[in-house]
Unconditional design. Structure first.
Lengths: 472, 272
């Protein structure tokens, strides 16, 4: 629950502990980090997430001081540390291989950094004992690293890097070498220690589950750029791109073309419906003038084909990809509002049109296959009218029924495969267009669904706000 | 199990005989009473006593020891530095050429090395003696040290050094406190190798030596040219003894350490 209260990134007055300012790092011709800016706040547990080669390790090594910055600057507590050597930075790192000194005992490993500061002996002893207690290693103090198990080694590495009470602790894939069960335990232990010590943690990982578990915020990276920086729930529920949606968890991606949807299904709620619909559209304009202006100026001119051509060909040549400017701002507040305030908007139309199941008005239709009814996406941006879009929808938000259910979006299909995982089952349903959709059912609640089996003709369904409309 | 079939036993005997028969003969004849090397006249240790009274041999032994200690220490220092730089510098233009040039003396004929050093010392007007032998031995044994040390450094986990830097060490402290203790076995075996090479070098030493400094190999070689004496046999036996004891001690220590480490690791895995 602390996470909902702890959100320094929303406070504009808060000074960041770390700031990347237009940092670029190249190795010869290869650009590992591309003009990246990022703020990390005190006491955060920040995760850098991405596939191997996305630049996350390079970012961490730049923070530690093992890699220089090609251009731009890195600030720690307001001071530029770009040229400070690693041994002069108030930053410590826990290495992926743990890098324990094999010729020193556990005790001496932990004391190593403290002794370099040439503090008095009593202080070193006290601090080492404290670290041993924190990581429950007191019994093993006199052992050498090869005389303890993998999990214990991991804790020694953590104790050693925390001993100097750094302002910032860097963790490079800290749990990669542990087996699954131990890893899960250790994740909670890490969070616990982070809370107790109040240190800022930056963790590098390629494991999205690990990042979701431990982090207060996650930065999803791809090819040296930040694709999305947000809290785990926003990253999962409102990804800002197909890349993020696909990287985090399981997802269904339905490609189609957007068509603006009339604001009201019934004539009665005319004064109310536009109000609901209008709010998201003008809202971003004052806050973020650059992006909408460009979109507006371009929108009326070309037809669908011209737009497609622009998107596919010229946009790349001109370096004006849609995803670049709208990386962070437009989706998060809007999608957040849509995601969190989803329940309040439906009630107003409900009393007006009680006969129909209340479908939130506005948004877009997505024409996704010939001869199929369009998919309703009430949270879609009407500005995407005529553009190719991708609807990203999580399998757990898709239901599966033998009879046609009363849901805003229903699509017929056939069960091709069933993955029974005990607590849940995942059904692979092939739609008539050949598209494969995954639907997930919790087995406890939906025992009745167990009778659905291979080759069954079924209906999959989801609500008008279950998916996220993404432009690419 | 027919481990000792006739064939196995025979080939083993022939093999060991081929390797050790000359040395066994040498050891046996060093205890010969007779002055004539090839005629057995009863057991005696008198040649050992005579050896200890022979000033010339003792001088030569002293010179050899001095040359060995100084040259192998110098070679270890330079060889370790060369290995460190070559392994750490990563890729740069001409890297292969550099490392090739360090290893070239390994295959260079000793006669050529000795001759070129002799020309150099004459050229710069350096008086030949212990000092020049030390320099000469350093140049050729340094590359052996760098081969041994660099093979250890390539498998050295670089992140250990980074961890030391991260914990507040200066680069030199990181080397002294972390790298050096870990690669110490390789450095020591490099030193032993250099010492052994210096101990038994004849060719280069005879090129670079002067009238004031005679090493044991030179002494033995020049003595043998006048005829093999039982004294030489006694001296050789002592050398064999030293080498044997050294090799056995080193291997026992290594073996014990390996066994202890394996046992500790198994114990650690069980406490998981």
């Amino acid at each position: 629950m602390a996470q909902t209260v702890f959100a320094p990134w929303t406070d504009t007055d808060q000074k960041p502990l770390i700031e990347f300012r237009n940092v670029t790092k190249s190795f010869g011709d290869f650009t590992a980090i591309d003009n990246l800016s990022l703020k990390i706040y005190e006491r955060e547990f920040f995760a850098l997430l991405g596939p191997s080669g996305c630049g996350k390790t390079t970012m961490m090594r730049m923070l530690a001081g093992f890699e220089s910055v090609t251009s731009g600057s890195i600030l720690l507590g307001g001071q530029d540390i770009s040229d400070v050597p690693p041994n002069k930075r108030p930053v410590n790192m826990m290495f992926q291989s743990y890098a324990l000194f094999p010729h020193l005992s556990v005790w001496d490993n932990i004391a190593f950094g403290l002794r370099r500061e040439s503090r008095d002996k009593a202080f070193v002893e006290e601090r080492v004992e404290e670290m041993l207690r924190l990581t429950r290693l007191s019994k093993f103090a006199r052992r050498k690293p090869h005389q303890i198990s993998g999990g214990q080694r991991q804790r020694v590495a953590l104790a050693r890097s925390l001993a100097k009470a750094p302002k910032l602790l860097l963790l490079d894939e800290p749990l990669g070498a542990l087996d699954r069960k131990l890893r899960e335990e250790t994740q909670f232990e890490l969070m616990d220690i982070q809370e107790k010590t109040g240190t800022t943690f930056v963790i590098v990982t390629h494991d999205q589950e690990e990042a979701m578990t431990v982090a207060s915020r996650i930065a999803v990276m791809d090819e040296g750029r930040l694709v999305q920086v947000d809290t785990p729930d926003v990253i999962y529920e409102a990804p800002n791109s197909v890349y993020v949606a696909d990287f985090i968890g399981d997802v269904n991606l339905i490609e189609g073309k957007a068509r603006v949807r009339p604001d009201e299904p019934a004539p009665a709620p005319a004064p109310e419906a536009p109000a609901v619909d209008e709010t998201p559209a003008p809202a971003p304009q004052p806050a973020e003038p650059a992006t909408p202006v460009v979109t507006d100026a371009r929108l009326p001119a070309p037809n669908a084909r011209g737009e497609w051509l622009y998107q596919k060909v010229f946009a790349r040549l001109l370096g004006h990809r849609e995803s670049a400017p709208r990386q962070l701002p437009p989706p998060s507040p809007e999608e957040l509002a849509a995601a969190h305030k989803a329940p309040p908007p439906p009630p107003p139309p409900a009393p007006v049109a009680p006969a129909e199941p209340a479908i939130k008005p506005g948004g877009i239709f997505i024409d996704w296959a010939e001869g199929q009814p369009p998919i309703i996406a009430a949270n879609g941006d009407p500005d995407t009218d005529g553009k190719p879009v991708t609807l990203s929808i999580r399998p757990e938000k898709v239901t599966i029924d033998l009879d046609k259910p009363q849901r805003p979006n229903v699509l017929p299909g056939k069960v091709i495969d069933i993955a029974y995982l005990g607590n849940i089952s995942t059904y692979h349903v092939e739609l008539r267009s050949g598209l494969m959709i995954k639907a997930q059912m919790v087995n406890a609640r939906r025992l009745s669904n167990r009778h659905i089996t291979w080759e069954d003709e079924v209906w999959i369904g989801f609500t008008e706000t279950a998916g996220v409309v993404l432009e690419e | 199990m027919r481990r000792f079939s006739w064939f196995n036993a025979t080939s083993l005997t022939i093999g060991f005989a081929f390797l050790y028969l000359p040395m066994v003969l040498l050891v046996i004849y060093s205890f010969n009473e007779s002055r004539l090397v090839t005629v057995w006249a009863g057991f005696s240790t008198k040649w050992y006593g005579e050896l200890l009274r022979d000033e010339a041999f003792l001088d030569a032994a002293w010179v050899t020891l001095k040359v060995g200690v100084f040259s192998s220490t110098l070679a270890t220092l330079l060889g370790t530095m060369a290995a460190y730089v070559l392994v750490r510098a990563g890729r740069f233009h001409g890297r292969t050429l550099f490392s090739g040039m360090i290893y070239a003396p390994l295959v260079m004929p000793e006669v050529i090395t000795g001759l070129s050093l002799l020309l150099l010392f004459i050229g710069i007007g350096l008086d030949r003696g212990v000092f020049t032998i030390v320099l000469a031995h350093t140049t050729f044994s340094m590359c052996y040290v760098s081969v041994v040390v660099s093979s250890r450094l390539t498998s050295f986990d670089r992140s250990l050094e980074e961890a030391a830097l991260d914990l507040g060490c200066s680069p030199f402290e990181a080397f002294r406190l972390v790298t050096l203790p870990i690669i110490a076995p390789a450095v020591i075996s490099g030193w032993l190798l250099a010492f052994t090479l210096s101990l038994d070098d004849l060719v280069i030493a005879s090129f670079t030596t002067g009238p004031s400094a005679t090493t044991l190999p030179i002494k033995i070689f020049s003595a043998v040219r006048l005829g093999v004496s039982p004294q030489i046999n006694a001296l050789s036996t002592i050398l064999i003894g030293i080498v044997t004891v050294g090799v056995i001690t080193a291997s026992v220590i290594t073996k014990r350490a390996a066994v202890a480490q394996a046992r500790d690791e198994q114990a650690a895995a069980r406490t998981e």
